[in-house]
Write a new protein. Structure first.
Length: 244
C-alpha cells in the first residue's frame, strides 16, 4: 500500500530530505498500463544509468470491477504487475550497482504456498476478498525470482502497515468512518511505516529474499521460501503480459 506523505500536506514530505531535497526529482507516471510503465522506465533510464535501489511504494485500493486499457484489473496491474514490469526494465541499471536492492511494499501478507492462483491474472470478475491474497503474494514470488536469477541482488517485501493516506478514499464508507473514529488507535505514523523500507534499502546485513511483517520492527523478518514451480509459472504469465 502506498505510504506517500504527499497525501498528508502537513507532513511536508520534502522537509525530511534535508540537503538532498535539492537533488530529488519527481515524475508523474501511469503505472496501471504497460505503456505507462515503459514510459516511466524510459524517463528514469534517460536520467540514471545506475541505480542502487528501487522501492515500490505505490499501491491502489480498488474493490469493485473495473479494467485498465490492457484489460486487467487495476488492483492487479498496479499492486503487482507494474512492480514486475518496471523492475525488469530497470534491471540493467540495477546490475551496475555492487549490491542492488529491490523493495516492494504491500499490505500484510505472509509468504505462503497456500494461495490459489487459478484466477490469476484475469480475475474475472474481480472479487477483492478472494483475489487480494494472490495479487499481493505475487510480490513474494517475484522477490524470490529476482534473487534466484540475479546473484548479489537483495529483494524484499515489506508490510506497509496501516497508514492514513489518500489510498483510503476508495475504501468502503464504513471503513472510512471507522478510520476517522479509531484512527489515533489503529493507524501507524508515516515514520513508523517508512522505517523498515528505508532500513532494507540502506542496509546489507539481511538475507534475501525476506519479508518484513511488523512495521517499525526491522529485527523481525521472515525468509521467503516458496514453491519454485509456482514462482516460475507466475513469472511466465508476467513475461507474457508485459514482454519483459
Amino acid at each position: 500500500m502506498s505510504c506517500s506523505a504527499a497525501a498528508r500536506p502537513k507532513a511536508r514530505p520534502l522537509a525530511g530530505f534535508g540537503g538532498a531535497a535539492e537533488r530529488a526529482s519527481f515524475l508523474a507516471t501511469d503505472l496501471s498500463t504497460h505503456d505507462g510503465v515503459r514510459d516511466a522506465a524510459r524517463r528514469v533510464l534517460d536520467t540514471h544509468d545506475h541505480l542502487d535501489a528501487v522501492l515500490h511504494s505505490t499501491g491502489i485500493l480498488t474493490i469493485g470491477e473495473s479494467r485498465t486499457a490492457d484489460g486487467l484489473h487495476p488492483f492487479f496491474a498496479v499492486n503487482y504487475l507494474s512492480r514486475y514490469h518496471l523492475t525488469q526494465l530497470l534491471l540493467p541499471a540495477l546490475r551496475r550497482s555492487p549490491r542492488p536492492h529491490v523493495i516492494m511494499m504491500t499490505a500484510a501478507i505472509k509468504p505462503t504456498d497456500d494461495a490459489d492462483f487459478a484466477r490469476f491474472p484475469q480475475f474475472a470478475p474481480f472479487a477483492f476478498r478472494q483475489d487480494r491474497k494472490s495479487v499481493q503474494l505475487a510480490n513474494h514470488h517475484y522477490a524470490a525470482h529476482l534473487t534466484r536469477t540475479n546473484p548479489g541482488l537483495a529483494a524484499a517485501v515489506v508490510n506497509a502497515g496501516a497508514v492514513e493516506t489518500d489510498i483510503l478514499r476508495a475504501a468502503p464508507a464504513a471503513m472510512r468512518l471507522g478510520g476517522k473514529i479509531l484512527g489515533p488507535l489503529v493507524y501507524d505514523s508515516i515514520e513508523k511505516a517508512a522505517h523498515n523500507p528505508v532500513e532494507t534499502t540502506l542496509r546489507d546485513d539481511w538475507e534475501t529474499p525476506t519479508y518484513w511483517g511488523k512495521p517499525g520492527r526491522f529485527e523481525q523478518r521472515t525468509p521467503i521460501t516458496l514453491d519454485a514451480s509456482v514462482t516460475e509459472h507466475l513469472m511466465d504469465i508476467s513475461r507474457t503480459l508485459t514482454g519483459a
